[in-house]
Design a protein around this ligand. Sequence first.
Ligand code: S6P
Length: 600
Amino acid sequence: MAFVAKPDRIDTFSTIHDWESADYEPTLPVSEKSNPLTRHIDRAPASSIMKMLQACDAQMFQEKSQTQYQRLLSEEMVKTLMEVAERVRLILKDPQDSLVVLSGCGTSGRLAFFMASGFNRELQRLNYAPVCSYVIAGGDRALFSSQEAPEDDPTLGALCLKKVSEGKKRVLFVGVSCGLSAPFVAGQLDFCLRHPDVYTPVLVGFNPAHQARKEPIPGCTLTFHSVVTRMEELAKTQKAFLINPALGPEAISGSSRMKGGSATKILLEVVFSASFSRTPVTFNGILQHMRSYEKALDFTYSHSEEIAALMEAAGRSLQCGRQVCYLGWGSLGLLGLIDASECKPTFGADHEDIRGFVSGGYKELGNNEGDLTLMGPEFSISHDDFLDGVLPRLTDADTVLLLYSHSDDVDEVAKLARRVREKTSNIHAAYHQTDGDAAAKQMASRSIQTFATLGSSPYLQPPLQGTFASKIRQREFSTKLLLNAVSTGAHIFKGKVFKNYMIDLQVTNSKLYRRAARLLQKLSGHSESECEEALLKAIYQVDKLSEDIATCSLDAAKAKKVVPLALVCLLTGCSMKEVESRLEQQPIVREAMETCLKSS
Ligand code: S6P
């Protein structure tokens, strides 16, 4: 069967127009478009990948142009942030009967947890009651493992919100869905809209309202778009709030863990720190705070050379089937856990490929459901778990990255580093120092001596401004960017990205299913129905579709290499078994696909 290549419209387009042009991928929302800047990221060396990521991340802070899009720093956005900050203040005044709930699915849910915990710690430090809670689709197990199916369930979303806020008289609900797409969050927002006496909904996402998902949700009359339309109406009287600037397409199409996650962190941290402060919430205060993240971004990318070296080391480990381990302390350790857990749905990675560990394990986290270690190996997250289960098997082919700052116990870091070094010389560190005081400098120099023999170790000392808390948050932001770069780059080297598309994504919910079907259409030139049929066959590993497959849960589908399987089946007409063996001969998915595309 011949491969009918569609003319690559984007190639010609991007040189003339950028992503903001109305005719650039017009059927896709911004969060799903492909970024013209990264079209060749799959073939780029580490240094060029860093340049592309930097340019993509910088798009977050670009000012509003002549287009339809609101941007992060738009006047309207800043004003909305001020209004939401005032609402948080009302909650702080009445902690007994009030609550803030942050919620989302996948990365958005993990960040909801991350920030709710961070805000509560900060509130306690400032002698306020901790008023923040979180809800993540799939419960706490979704904090460190890929649980994509609950994202599709609006009723579950509403139930979880109801449960966490039982008995409260005033609830500020912040639902995060980068793509304005998760039914779980739509269900929660709808619940708030039906109970306006108690709930004020805030939606955070990164598409304009008209691009919210319109696809019907099975068993329910809502769509994300219909909920957003109701919210827009209420937003006029400040009974609901929409925070939805466009950030530009992700570096890897649809990978909202990257810019989407970063901007979620920026926006919510800016709002909450303004509301925690004893001074009035001002337009300039909010704007300046956002700009400080832009500085942290520039600063982080000024270390591109060292980060590129880390990316190469991690890539080498993945290429030879070995492991990358992040060993972190405090919130930086938690960011390592989050980054590692995202690789499974994004790149079809095994949970062993990139793993995170945090000092103190669950005690450090304080999550709702407590210690999850017994749930399986993916949930072993402490340094002790690393020492018992991973260290004995480490070799020079594995990469270890330490994540810590001067406020952590540097002696403990050094002790662990020594033990790791006995097994592998491939150990690196991302070290943050945020203060210029003598004690910190002394610690830093001790730490540098300790790590003089390490590989690439970005020594990050951003020119931070602001309060103690905002310095910590910018250091986290910087670490997030670094980790996203390392794990994305490493998977690019492993061949898990084709052009700037994730080609080995897990197809375990309706959003990922649509994304995979679209990619198949683009690459094969076949019709939508043919691609969906091939996709379902690959998901359920059958050559013929039966009636009951249409009603199967995507979560039940654990097949690997689903998109490559479906594509090769489409192009060659071969059976599933034959295609599987063809793909096995070429373990690098990108190359297997290219071979098939060329030979068909
Ligand atoms: C994205 C990540 C996913 C998303 C999740 C929620 O890189 O793999 O887990 O976070 O699907 O997406 P959204 O658009 O509702 O925030």
